[in-house]
Design a protein around this ligand. Sequence first.
Ligand code: CA
Length: 208
Amino acid sequence: MAWEAEENFNSYSVNGLNGGNGGSGWSGAWSAHANYKIVSANQPPWDSSGKSVFLNSGNSDEHATRALANPVSTGICYVAARTGATSCNQYVAMWRDSGGNTRAYVRFDSSGNIVLNGTNIQSYSINTWYLFAVEFDMPNNRSRVKIKEAGGNWGSWSNWVSYGSGESSIADIRFTTAYPSNNNYWDLISATDPSLPPAVPKSKGYIF
Ligand SMILES: [Ca+2]
């Protein structure tokens, strides 16, 4: 089925992420290393008065993971992230199967490029929020991405990038860094574009 999990972290107190059980479409709470904090500074422009996840003292074996209520085989997951240095190889996210195998991933790599499953997509700036739309095509073992930088517009969809075969659906999402973290942030996991303004109900009885 399609992606359905939603999380903006705004309901959590400013503390550790571990045990956070907000949002919808999840199976259980966040399981996160103590270094993953909830903060209200340096928020993304698409959720500027909220909170986000912050990591500034973690190593590569520290991560934050949450299981989906329903496995995903096709569809789009939106997620926002910001990295503080090229040295951390921050994963925007890993999307893993039920065996814990990483299927799709997007990463700010150590040479200044955003990478989808090993393929360079575009360059990035540090301390800048990006919004990602990642589309999964698990039956064909591939994914693609489009990217919006804070203050900018959506780019085009990338080419489809293949990954190795494995289980046919995604079971969780994981935030991590490959090297010691440095001012890394995450926010806004969604099935719909969180940079769009909320839909306004159509008024009845008006003639425009
Ligand atoms: Ca937020």
